[in-house]
Ligand binder design. Structure first.
Ligand code: ZN
Ligand code: ZN
Length: 286
């Protein structure tokens, strides 16, 4: 697996099905700053989520908003939704209904993790890290990890070298995860930006910051948009544990999202839409 193929999907061992009860308060988290739980309801976001489902169904690809592919006969299969029905199985998608400074509705949309190895697709909010920084960071450690993986495959477990190499590989992976987590930056509705490693200490589970809710809220906060409602749904072949099924809605997850949503939602109450903090040229409107 080379650097560009590294994919963040569901964290191994994490039961993504263990979720908070459905309802208006499903997107929530405890804010250490305020000493209270901040939350966001669904608003009208389900309507926009159903529209997005229709678009996925009719286009069968994610880059349907990209002008370069609009009239192309040679369809790039990279962004085809066929991917979601293969070995990788389905993925979560989310929409965030927002209000801009003029009171107009803006609908942001996101896919969870990377999509078939891609961080950025036109029309979808970007991740919480800079993809180039990510690729630069992982190139050498990935090479070192792969060298050990290949060597281990040729060795017998009773070989004294085996444990040494195996321990080295584990240490390299753990160090790399820490450095990757430090690349994630989250901005909240008080205008505060923090690295993920400043918000969470200790062992951060893999995949934190990769769900749709944090991506959407971060993008809204950076662009002066006030969130009104959020919905997340699953699209594609059901996951192995059967806790995620095609076209079903799910609340923000307890394991990966609740620990950061308190910080991310802070400042949302009584927020009036502000002018964009970092103007971005690209439009992510549906
Ligand atoms: Zn989540
Ligand atoms: Zn707060």
């Amino acid at each position: 697996m080379n650097a560009n193929q590294r994919k963040w999907t569901h964290a191994p061992g994490v039961d993504v099905g263990r979720v908070s009860p459905p309802g208006e308060m499903s997107t929530c988290g405890f804010c250490a700053n305020c000493g209270t739980v901040h939350s966001l309801g669904a608003g009208n976001s389900r309507k926009y989520a159903l529209e997005l489902m229709d678009q996925l169904e009719s286009h069968k690809r994610l880059d349907f908003l990209s002008s370069s592919n609009h009239h192309s006969e040679l369809i790039d299969h990279k962004f085809s939704t066929d991917y979601l029905w293969g070995n990788a199985r389905g993925q979560m998608f989310g929409v965030l209904e927002c209000e801009d400074a003029n009171g107009s509705t803006v609908v942001l949309k996101a896919f969870s993790c990377q999509y078939d190895g891609e961080w950025l697709i036109d029309g979808w909010v970007p991740p919480l890290l800079d993809p180039q920084q990510f690729y630069d960071l992982i190139a050498e450690p990935d090479r070192q990890i792969n060298i050990r993986t290949r060597a281990l495959k040729t060795m017998n477990k009773s070989d004294p070298e085996y444990k040494k190499l195996s321990d080295e590989r584990k240490a390299l992976s753990q160090q790399l995860m820490k450095e990757i987590h430090a690349l994630y930056h989250l901005t909240n509705f008080r205008g505060e930006t923090r690295a993920l490693t400043e918000i969470l200490s200790g062992n951060i589970p893999m995949g934190v910051g990769e769900c749709c809710a944090p991506k959407l809220l971060n993008h809204a906060a950076l662009n002066g948009l006030k969130p009104i409602g959020l919905s997340e749904f699953y699209w594609g072949k059901e996951n192995k544990s059967g806790t995620r099924r095609h076209k079903e809605f799910y609340p923000a997850c307890v394991e990966k999202c609740q620990p950061i949503l308190g910080f991310m939602l802070c400042g949302l109450t009584n927020l009036t839409p502000l002018r964009s903090r970092t103007p971005r040229p690209r439009s992510f409107r549906l």
